[in-house]
Unconditional design. Structure first.
Length: 304
């Protein structure tokens, strides 16, 4: 295993341009620094420096080692700063990744209980594609990922799925467009203008199967990776759009759209994906409890 003290000495020599300057900065003798760097080079089996006049110059192997050392020690400084900030503010930090296909109102409803705990919680929220969020989860840069699908084994990322809740799927649109669909829903979707979530969402395969079973063919006007952009187009009357039934109030308030119809044949599910099996963080416990007791508690009996 690499000796990180030796790596630290090497990093300082490379950064300050010589053994003597590094020794001054570290308050050590040049002999100590030089001996430790030589031992590091021997353990790695490469030459790290070559003499260039009165200065030491990094070899190509030395450049590679220095680049990695720079990253290692900068990460260490960032960790120290984060811990000091956390102690100073005496608050819990929760780093959350939200899939870009999860409706913003769902994300807010799920996360807001974390901000209502007796102990202060500071949220760091990131929105991105699910594969990018899983990569951050794998290196423990995130405490939680909120997604509309579980983490599958073939991603190669170690994580645990916690089902937060589920609800029926609704089709939303402007009041005028919704009225044209309501009387004979869902058969009235045949030929109706429809906005679809992109392939990152769990919905498209389920919708395609359902359309096939019902023998209906909506007119697909556009596809969107971002749920907020899809709603913006729906607000302007471009087409109907599918979204969870539980956001009906927020959708009406924020976008002026209403439900044209609801189907129980397709279920919207939302997951908290964590690097640990148990939800140990108090904020995670609050999120899970509130989702099951409040947000997803009521299921609406609707058409097939």
């Amino acid at each position: 295993m690499m000796n990180y003290k030796q790596l630290y000495y090497f990093w300082n020599v490379a950064k300050h341009g010589g053994v003597s300057r590094a020794a001054e900065q570290l308050h050590l003798t040049p002999q100590t620094i030089s001996g430790q760097v030589k031992e590091l080079a021997q353990s790695l089996g490469v030459d790290l420096f070559i003499q260039s006049g009165r200065r030491l110059k990094l070899t190509p192997a030395g450049d590679l080692v220095f680049a990695h050392a720079e990253e290692i020690f900068q990460t260490g400084k960032a960790l120290e700063a984060r811990l000091k900030s956390r102690q100073h503010h005496s608050e819990l930090l929760l780093r959350v990744g939200v899939s870009n296909v999860v409706p913003k109102s769902i994300a807010f409803s799920l996360l807001s209980p974390a901000l209502q705990l007796p102990s202060p919680v500071r949220l760091n929220c990131y929105e991105d594609r699910l594969d990018a969020l899983f990569a951050e989860l794998a290196i423990h840069n995130l405490d939680l990922v909120i997604a509309d699908r579980p983490l599958s084994a073939d991603t190669g990322v170690k994580g645990y799925n916690h089902l937060l809740g589920e609800c029926s799927l609704a089709f939303y649109g402007t009041p005028e467009l919704a009225e044209t669909v309501k009387p004979d829903f869902p058969m009235s979707l045949d030929g109706a203008p429809l906005l679809m979530p992109g392939p990152d969402s769990a919905l498209p395969p389920a919708l395609e199967r359902w359309f096939g079973d019902m023998d209906i063919s909506p007119q697909i006007k556009a596809e969107f990776d971002d749920s907020g952009l899809m709603k913006a187009f729906g607000q302007e009357g471009v087409g109907l759009f599918p979204a969870p039934e539980v956001i009906r109030e927020q959708a009406a308030r924020q976008h002026g759209v209403v439900i044209a119809g609801v189907t129980t044949a397709i279920t919207c599910r939302y997951y908290a994906i964590t690097p640990e099996r148990r939800l140990k963080h108090p904020a995670l416990e609050a999120i899970s409890r509130s989702a099951q007791d409040s947000l997803f508690k009521t299921r609406v009996e609707t058409s097939p």
